[in-house]
Design a protein around this ligand. Sequence first.
Ligand SMILES: C[S@@+](CC[C@H](N)C(=O)[O-])C[C@H]1O[C@@H](n2cnc3c(N)ncnc32)[C@H](O)[C@@H]1O
Length: 409
Amino acid sequence: MLFGSSRPNGAVVTRIKKGDILFLLNLEADILYGIFRSTTEGKRDIDPKAWGGNYPYQVKVEAVGEIAPILKAKKLLREMGLSRNSVMGRIATLKLADFFRPLNVEAKDWRKSLFQSKGTEESKIAEPRNWNLLGKVEDVTADVEEIPILQATTMWDFPRQSYGKNRKGDNKYAGVTPAELIWNLVWRYTEIEDLVVDPMCGSGTTIDVCKEEKRRVIGYDISPPKGRNDIIKNDARKIPLETETVDLVFIDSPYGDNIKYNNEPANIGNISAETNLFYDQLEIVMKESLRILKPGKVLGWLIGDQWVKKEFTPVGFKVYDRLVRSGFDTVDVICINRRGQFSHTAPWFNRARKFNFYLRGFKYLFIMRKPQEAEKQTIQDRKVSWAYYPREKSVQNAEKGKESSQSPS
Ligand SMILES: C[S@@+](CC[C@H](N)C(=O)[O-])C[C@H]1O[C@@H](n2cnc3c(N)ncnc32)[C@H](O)[C@@H]1O
């Protein structure tokens, strides 16, 4: 009576509260088992040894009466607008629960018992049955909470700035970050209760995402927007936190002086990305981030290039260079589709074609890691060690017309 799941479903499991109703889908057999009720909240490692540790996001359950297996479950779920990770509201839960109601129980008594009566752990499993018995198939999508999905490739595209019921950050804030981008970093690189810090958090997107995902979070900005008392006024070049105490740093910094954020003299967004001064200031922020991160933990830095007055500036490459020089290792580089740009309109597209320039279509998300103690080194003392292949082999391969080394890219 323990349900377990792996990291990609962690966000779903950790939303389970004690007393919630759960259903179990056997994907291969296409059978939906119900009904279960959680006796704990969903969390990590209730039983760390269960399934050899492969399914650490867990919840303990009890059966509500006899467990009924329902056949052809995927069709039912599809028609109701549910997927296997759906976080259902009360209406959706009750509608699905109707398909499990024993023939001799009244609908209202059944619904009441779901949330009140105590089930038994030794509950029997009934005979499998088809689902068109007592329930009525209705689309319940409107009562399902949207949970993002972990991105699998290095190309991320988020059509909307926010997701879910509660808004994250302010989509009217110039330069606001897509909330799902932060969600992905949070679920890839941190655990529940870990500490996330955003030293330039603008309208507070990082704070809002982290709170929903049960992370501890601190957000600073040089000029916190009105009404966001949870954002601390601070200059990112000096972060008031102890060394090596943070589990994830996320920064969506100014990309130069393209956006007027505020009138603060210390706003790095007042400095042109065409000057070295801009990168020098960001480098101070990078070193502060490196200092506060625990060894082995990750920094995500979002940045875009600049094309102004016929002049291209590779801001991304320059920032990446400074990140490496500051002492970070590279985990990966992600391409973020740039949506919602004021220049992404038909007249601008026409101008770009006519005058032979390009509008910015993407940003870089640099995922960097603070080296573990033993690996700490700066770029100056990094040695490149080449892997040499025996000559005979490469000659043989060349003769066969093959490449000497192949690797997935
Ligand atoms: C791209 S915005 C961040 C957007 C934010 N992630 C969001 O979703 O709303 C960059 C932010 O950096 C802040 N900033 C600029 N210079 C700063 C500094 N020296 N210290 C702290 N924040 C700074 C700006 O005020 C601005 O809010």
